[in-house]
Design a protein around this ligand. Sequence first.
Ligand code: NIG
Length: 437
Amino acid sequence: RPADGGSAARPAGASTLLTGISELWTLDPALDDPARPGEVTGDQVLRDAALVIEDGRIAWTGPASEAPPADAAEDLGGRAVLPGWVDSHSHLVFDGDRAAEFEARMAGQSYSAGGIGVTTDATRSASDERLRTLVRGRIAEAVAGGTTCLETKTGYGLTIADELRAAELASSLVTAGELDEATFLGAHLVLGEYDGRDGRPGAEEYVELVSGEMLAAVAPHVRWIDVFCEEGAFDPAQSARVLRAGAAAGLGLRVHGNQLGRSGGVALAAELGAASVDHVNHLGPADVDALAATASRPTAPGDGPGRLAVGAGPTVATALPACDLSTRAPLAPARQLLDAGAMLAIASNCNPGTSYTSAMTFCVTTAVLQMHLSLAEALRAATRGGALALRRTDVGHLGVGARADLHVLDAPAAIHLAYRPGMPLTHRVWRHGIPQA
Ligand code: NIG
């Protein structure tokens, strides 16, 4: 602990020097090699290093022998320090669990998106206060595991009032600094109440609602719009309608694509310039090529510090290893995507149906052990990759000026994340320069 009782208590402007860092993964974008975009270069990882935090930001990094003086100091005892995980895909606004569905799946049933309706029922029934408490508890779990930047989605409301409620909750937590990004996922599933029978509206009317009145209500509270482009959810034409309406409302685009089959979601995401397409389990060569071809698309400045424009830049392929395991799906071909030159992120997809975990460390370990990524590739995908998928430059690295979001490992080197799978290796977490409990 800091000698003076904690950085949070110190006045603005006070600085903290952290020493005893055996390995410091700065992943500083200023040190990227333009000839090898997406790769970690040697000088982005320092040995025997030190770091200074000031005003919630990284003020200095370098060799311990050259560390400047600071108002307070703490020795981390020879541990590795990484940027906090950037989890660019989660669905935290829900009530209820689906353990029985999961158990049936482990007994041989396949995943069907129908469970979204079960969670939607439970979520609609929850009070505002209960929903807020549940979401905050899930954020705390994520942070305790080293996650310091977190996106979350609506998508278990699926009426104007319920989607608005979820968006307002997420947005209030973004304003409070507890969450970082909020996404509208009204196009999660066409529920049975839109079956077109006995005078009830049908799927086309639901698409109309999502891209019209529901979007108009929710858009002021979110930065992103997402769609589940999959057989049984929204086909590419319906997905395109929703996404185009979202773009016209000023939102950035995200897509759940090619999770259960070759849905056309990846091609659509690349065509429309989505910031991210997530799941990517079932890819043909044209899908891989389409994603790789977006890698050279330039990003553009955004409308605030640390933000890039939502509508420019690569379409990041986001692998969700915990979801792949929990649904016994073919693992996303992350190795193939990187080899082809696509931009890659790794996220948790925490949700009650397909991935009831926010453990990013587990995802990174799985990416190394099962997806054949190097540790550096997996680590970068779970930090810088997520930041690019969220069009952010202030997180995912520890270059000077970045948010002081640190993940201190109880290990001398980050390779222990894969070498010691499942061990509790998170020692300390700083978020916005503040040590977390
Ligand atoms: O990302 N695929 C769509 N949405 C979630 C699962 C939702 C659910 O089954 O509750 C996902 O896996």
